[in-house]
Write a protein that binds this ligand. Structure first.
Ligand SMILES: [Zn+2]
Length: 122
């Protein structure tokens, strides 16, 4: 599965009833070509599927995020070293990823996103 498939899935996860801009409530948007971003048709603000979530501004592929979330859900006490090995990441990156997932679990929206991401890979 490539990155685009994960992006489409994450879009569905974040806006299950369809996109609605947090700034102007507009429901129309355009993809920005060549970038993993969209532009609101109403106010022109740009957004991404990860913006405002625990994955905000991450440079890791979404595929890695989905796999990490599933792994974490299966074993929340997994060590950073094991996490790094299974995801083929460096230990500091794996540690940061775990930290961000834990941060995501602290709010309702984050928990919903995490649960749906985890379910997607099953
Ligand atoms: Zn807008």
């Amino acid at each position: 599965m490539d990155e685009e498939i994960y992006r489409i899935e994450l879009f569905r996860i974040r806006w299950p009833q369809g996109f609605s801009c947090v700034h102007c409530r507009c429901t129309r948007y355009y993809p920005i070509s060549g970038r993993d971003q969209y532009e609101c048709a109403g106010c022109g603000r740009q957004f991404s599927v990860t913006g405002g979530t625990f994955m905000h501004k991450s440079r890791l592929p979404l595929r890695t995020w989905f796999e990490a979330v599933a792994l974490y859900n299966a074993d929340p006490h997994i060590s950073a070293a094991e996490f790094a090995r299974k995801l083929e990441l460096t230990k500091p990156t794996a540690w940061l990823l775990q930290k961000k997932i834990r941060l995501g679990l602290k709010n309702t929206e984050g928990r919903t996103i995490l649960a749906k991401m985890s379910a997607y890979l099953k």
